[in-house]
Design a protein around this ligand. Structure first.
Ligand code: PLP
Length: 379
């Protein structure tokens, strides 16, 4: 058997990693400014992370959610404190898509409605159908099976006003659109959505799967505005590569036994990995680092006249390039040994570890300057 060939692969195989660096099997070293889609939050192979997972493996790695697991409580408590949502409740699952599935399901349970408003260019994951194919009226209300999605343009208050009604279960929005090319909802737009949701008794779901966990210089990207979402979904940076997702749920949404569930979610290893990430973020002031280095990078990137537009907050940055520079991502990788991400048609995405160092940020700027100069663009 072979892997199902769905991923366009770069011919590089990392075999070792440390901090913001990767090594391939030939010994070549790479600067990682992408962290596998914003997953590596505290840096690769952080010693506290490695030691804690090893220690947990020596004790117990898995049982089930039908027995007590105080690590889940410790994680919920720490996450509540650091994210400033001490009163929300935490449901643990395994990925971003699963977190959003559970959020939408909850919204339908709470409101009894099936319409959902989402935004153009949004990305919330790749699942569908598992709930629809489940025949158990206790856990699947009929309206959960097929949400009716209405797409509206980001930051368009009139379009949102037109779309929202007392038939809408939820509005779901990314803290910052990632896959869509680092598009920011205006802080005032988030406030507007929150107001409209309240007026219509619809839930506000903030998808912080990519933008959360300190990446933008606040714990959550939406915390630049004063809103309190009903549901916040989290995943990527949450456990530095261990597959974990979560749903943070307002205290007014009451659970019942069997309402949500999963086999693997919240297992011992996942909890330890998630707890260590929070400990390191706190101890090493990584949110402050993300904010400071992000501001520094944005200022420096603005000096390159080859760049058409720069968007972002903290260490979640995207910049648009002219067509002539469409090969830049590959040049950075193969000539300068720097991993970055992209969004179509021609946007470079930077999502490094929150523990990035200034020298590493500068190395990227030097490589960029070299490439722009070579391509005869003004630097
Ligand atoms: N939500 C957002 C904002 C994402 O960026 C992603 C993944 O890129 C997802 C959800 C889906 O997460 P996963 O791939 O873990 O299912």
């Amino acid at each position: 058997m072979k892997p199902f060939d769905v991923y366009p692969l770069f011919p590089i195989e990392p075999v070792k990693a440390n901090g913001s660096w990767l090594w391939d099997k030939t010994g070549q070293k790479y600067l990682d400014l992408y962290g596998g889609h914003a997953v590596i939050s505290i840096g690769h192979s952080h010693p506290h992370y490695v030691e804690s997972l090893k220690a947990q493996l020596d004790k117990i790695s898995f049982y089930s959610n039908s027995i007590q697991n105080s690590l889940q409580e410790q994680l919920a408590e720490k996450l509540g404190k650091l994210s400033r949502y001490p009163e929300h409740q935490l449901f643990l699952c395994n990925s971003g898509a699963e977190a959003n599935e559970n959020a939408l399901k909850l919204a339908s349970f709470v409101t009894g409605r099936k319409k959902v408003i989402a935004f153009q260019k949004s990305f919330h994951g790749r699942t569908s159908g598992a709930v629809a194919a489940t025949d158990n009226p206790k856990i699947v209300a009929p309206f959960n099976a097929n949400h009716e999605i209405i797409f509206v343009p980001l930051n368009d208050e009139a379009a949102l006003s037109n779309a929202i009604s007392d038939q809408v279960a939820a509005v779901i929005i990314e803290g910052i659109q990632g896959v869509g090319g680092i598009q920011l909802p205006h802080d005032s737009f988030l406030e507007f959505i929150a107001k409209k949701c309240k007026e219509n008794n619809a839930l506000l779901i903030l998808d912080e799967v990519q933008s959360g966990y300190g990446r933008t210089g606040k714990f959550f990207a939406h915390q630049y505005s004063p809103i309190v979402p009903d549901i916040i979904t989290i995943a990527k940076g949450m456990a530095n590569g261990f597959p974990v997702g979560g749903v943070m749920i307002h205290k007014d949404i009451k659970p019942w036994s069997g309402m949500l569930g999963t086999t693997f979610g919240g297992n011992y290893l996942a909890c330890v990995a998630s707890l260590v990430v929070l400990e390191v973020i706190e101890k090493e002031n990584l949110i402050e680092n993300a904010s400071a280095l992000g501001t520094y990078w944005m200022e420096k990137l603005k000096e390159f006249s080859s760049i058409l537009e720069i968007r972002g907050r903290g260490l979640m940055i995207g910049f648009d390039l002219p067509e002539q520079l469409s090969g830049l991502r590959k040049d950075l990788l193969f000539k300068h040994h720097i991993f970055t991400g992209e969004a179509k048609p021609n946007t470079i995405r930077l999502l490094p570890s929150l523990a990035l160092k200034k020298e590493e940020a500068d190395l990227f700027l030097e490589s960029l300057s070299h490439e722009f100069f070579k391509s005869q663009h003004l630097v």
